[in-house]
Design a protein around this ligand. Sequence first.
Ligand SMILES: Cc1ncc(C[n+]2csc(CCOP(=O)(O)OP(=O)(O)O)c2C)c(N)n1
Length: 630
Amino acid sequence: MSRLLDRINTPKDIKNFSLYRLSRLAKEIRKLIIEVVSKNGGHLASNLGVVELTIALHYVFDAPRDKIIWDVGHQCYTHKILTGRKDKFHTIRQLDGISGFPNREESEYDVLNTGHASTALSVALGMAVARDLKGEDYHIVAVIGDGSLTGGVALEALNQIGHLKKRIIIILNDNEMSISQNVGAISKYLSYIVSGQYYLRIKDTVRTILKNIPAFGRPIIKIASGVEEAVKKTIFPGLLFEELGIRYKGPVEGHSLGSLIEVFEEAKKYDRPVLIHCITRKGKGYTPALKDPEKFHSASPFDIKTGNPIKKSNLPSYSEIFGRALVELAEENEKIIAITAAMTTGTGLNYFAEKYPDRFFDVGIAEQHAVDFACGLVLEGLKPVVAIYSTFLQRAYDQIYHDVCLMNLPVVFAIDRAGVVPHDGPTHQGINDISYLRPMPNMIIMAPKDENELRQMLYTAIHLSQPVALRYPKTSVYGVSLSRNWEKIPIGKAELIKDGEGLILAFGSMVYPCLNVAKRLEKEGISLAVANARFAKPIDEELILKFAKPGNLIITVEEGILNGGFGSGVREFLDLKEINNIKFKSIGIPGKIYPHGKREEILKILNLDEEGLYNQILDFYKKNYGKRKS
Ligand SMILES: Cc1ncc(C[n+]2csc(CCOP(=O)(O)OP(=O)(O)O)c2C)c(N)n1
């Protein structure tokens, strides 16, 4: 049988399909997604869960005239396949390939670039207001997961959606999972709706069975009816949404194309906001992903037969080292509390969660709340460690400033995925944290050169009485031996690793590559010291002054944006001291938007791989001293 997919280039090509053909298409799409993600890695489980939902949307709605907005956007693979990108699908998440998230530059069908959760409802409402003011007439559909619906921005949007009552269609894709099991009262409420519906559905069958039990049947039915009323009241489907002013439809079986098409058609007729509650399963159609949707939320390449990852390194990640170290420290210090915003495993906090469930909190996709929740814990004498990816911590900027730093509260921020992040692209690059945290009063910022130092820095951070951010990259560690003793690192003191005339002052992940570069240059007669800066704030002023002699060279290197970063801090200090007779350069990431690709590929593009650093440092040296400093 020929592939239906081969005939599809735009959503128009499926408009005349029968239900049978649409379901054949769903199978073909699943097969393609599994094949490609097994090679490229990607958000497998979420995408397998929305194949029918996406087909039904494109069958019923008329994109790109009708606007379909994907919240987070990690579940957009079927959408991409149906909207002209089937032939490029094998390049997804690869350098120069298509993005793993919606991207307006890629296609007119991608309405909104996304990556961070919970934005779709606000944007949909904004578009609806604009549509109505312009007197235009099209549908606006926002697809949001049950995890993302609990994010603060989405709740703020619901508040205004119910108030303005604009015509938008919200598709709630409820699989009871965020990355891990979804958490919180709203999640529980959604489950009640679903289980309540099952209850109402089975009740007729039960009633018939009871009727047939001669002596007991009728009295039991009486009791059961009372229970039913109570249950109905508490679980009347979608009451919460209805009371907010949003029409609720559902729950709908999210893998039944027929039901989905029917309810989407009906939704088109409403002249006010409507929420369609679709029940889907993450990983649908691929047993390993169905069994372990968390592992396959964002999968690295894997063997299709077994579902086992194709591992490139046997070394652990920085996240794992952090997670295990925190468990060790928590054994000795019962005040330590671990907090994640829906990234338990990603941040390595799964070890902590297992060992200390009472001291572990997954607050859901709620970075702002996570930070203020930590404030409350500190105010009552506990020691919260908030582990959040660099890019997502951006959400909590005001909480860090207003609630942590102004009061000088000793919250520990464990900033994971700091620096270049592979495959997920611009929305996930963790390159801004040094810049956005440096202006924060009282904040200490540190980054380890390797995993042993990460452990010692975590120990140091936990004993500080002020806010502290500890940043580390998404990569595997070096494999250095881990010291059994805990040692506090002196605040604001760098570590001179190699002596020399000029100074390379490297931060975090850039220390070892710079050391290698300096060793190479040494062989070429160029003598440069290398210091492990350890701190981006406060910087080691004494060390800088030692090297800031007239005509001497100082180069800062960081895996972060240059605007306002670590190098800027050093330059500000030199300005303050009115030192302007040295040769100074900051190496880092220029303030632009960076694509998706492997970590090594992006570091190479940025000239932050060893070769790029060698060339940048040598060029600067030659520019200032000719071939060799006399
Ligand atoms: C602000 C923010 N925090 C965290 C994440 C990481 N993240 C990506 S997808 C996801 C879970 C989303 O759950 P849901 O919306 O239910 O979608 P599903 O994957 O279950 O389909 C999380 C926490 C993010 N993208 N944005």
